[in-house]
Design a protein around this ligand. Structure first.
Ligand SMILES: Cc1ncc(COP(=O)(O)O)c(C=O)c1O
Length: 369
């Protein structure tokens, strides 16, 4: 859809990357690292200052005591952390329970691992986790629960009660939970992101993944990490050894700088994003599309069936010509395509002017099928 936006000159309200870069002091730290010799392979586990900064971040935000030498590994974005975690922990034939709609790399990596996917659907219009559905998806062959909160694409932030249900099931069935928390700081309306690893009995079975991409608006840097008990982190490291072996050297000190010296930046970003969320949601409403107001992330979702469309993909392919705007069909994030066929995702991590112009175009366009 991004290629379609470029080809047609349409405004891209589809893909989730911000229009504006993160803090200048962090860019300056990367430049300094480049100029001062951080240009050869970093240690596979990540440079010590970044691992220490990640451990302090987990302490500061969640009260978790993480050993930077044994319980942290730096990865090439959260995407590599997901890949390495699954490759390190899942054997062919193992079942993995995963929330859907899902970030698309989950499916690719589960396929590479030979895992059997057991999706649990967050259903429109509220996109909440049904603990009974989760429990029903677990079998004696289940090895891992793959969680994502705040959740892309629905914007759901799992509540303490929902996370407790996950914890209860994981403990009862002795499962490992891989939890993708890349949007950990991008939560709205005074909500709190709760790290699953903080729930009683969960640290020892939880691998927590995140990255600097979303929190600091450096999605192109691809510096991520996994934290958790040493045996789980070791499994990630063992797989990472053969994926990339090591992640970009000059960006690691810069991300350490971000975590240590710009700790409030992600909060300010979240406040700003909340305002842009409201702008987009109000504009979509004015254009005759009813948005699901997300609790976190970059995204809102609309149901397009009342406009006569039964297929979000068809709608999104028609949208550049009809309105000069690009959005993303949600069905690609589902095993159960029916659950997502009528849904379309819109990103608000864009400059205000882009959102204003995008919703103006939508309001002026004929969106009826
Ligand atoms: C849920 C989720 N996990 C992981 C990622 C990728 O993170 P990174 O860019 O750090 O690899 C994304 C990016 O869109 C995402 O939405």
């Amino acid at each position: 859809m991004s290629a379609l936006a470029v080809r047609t000159g349409a405004l891209n309200l589809g893909q989730g990357f911000p229009d504006v870069d993160g803090p200048p002091s962090v860019i300056a730290a990367a430049v300094a690292a480049l100029e001062h010799g951080a240009n050869q392979y970093a240690p596979g586990i990540g440079i010590a200052p970044l691992r220490a900064a990640i451990a302090r971040h987990q302490q500061r935000h969640y009260g978790l005591e993480v050993d930077p030498d044994r319980e942290v590994v730096v990865t090439t974005g959260c995407t590599e952390a997901i890949a390495a975690a699954l490759l390190g922990l899942v054997d062919p034939g193992d079942e993995v329970v995963v929330l859907e709609p899902y970030y698309d790399s989950y499916v690719a990596m589960l396929t590479v691992c030979g895992a059997v996917r057991r999706p649990v659907t967050l259903r429109a219009p509220e996109f909440r986790l049904d603990p009974d559905e989760l429990r029903a998806a677990v079998s004696p062959r289940t090895r891992v629960l793959l969680l994502n909160t705040p959740h892309n694409p629905t914007g759901t932030v799992l509540t303490r009660a929902e996370l407790q249900a996950v914890a209860d099931i994981a403990i009862e069935h002795d499962l490992v939970v891989i939890t993708d928390e890349v949007y950990e700081h991008l939560v709205f309306d005074g909500r709190e992101h709760i790290a699953l690893a903080t729930l009683p009995g969960m640290w020892e079975r939880t691998l927590t993944l995140s990255s600097a991409g979303k929190s600091y608006s450096f999605t192109g840097w691809k510096v991520g990490w996994a934290t958790g008990p040493a045996p789980l982190v070791q499994a990630v490291l063992a797989a990472k050894q053969w994926l990339t072996f090591t992640s970009g050297s000059p960006l690691q000190p810069a991300v350490a700088h971000a975590l240590d010296h710009e700790p409030d930046w992600p909060r300010a970003l979240a406040r700003d994003l909340q305002a842009r969320r409201d702008l987009l949601c109000e504009g979509l409403l004015d254009a005759g599309l009813t948005p699901h107001v997300p609790q976190g992330t970059y995204f809102t979702t609309t149901d397009i069936s009342h406009l006569g469309w039964t297929d979000g993909r068809e709608f999104c392919l028609a949208l550049p010509e009809r309105a000069g705007v690009v959005a993303i069909p949600t069905q690609g994030f589902h095993d159960d395509a029916e659950a997502g066929r009528h849904l379309v995702r819109w990103a608000f991590c864009k400059e205000r002017d882009v959102i204003v112009e995008g919703v103006r175009r939508l309001a002026d366009a004929d969106l009826i099928r």
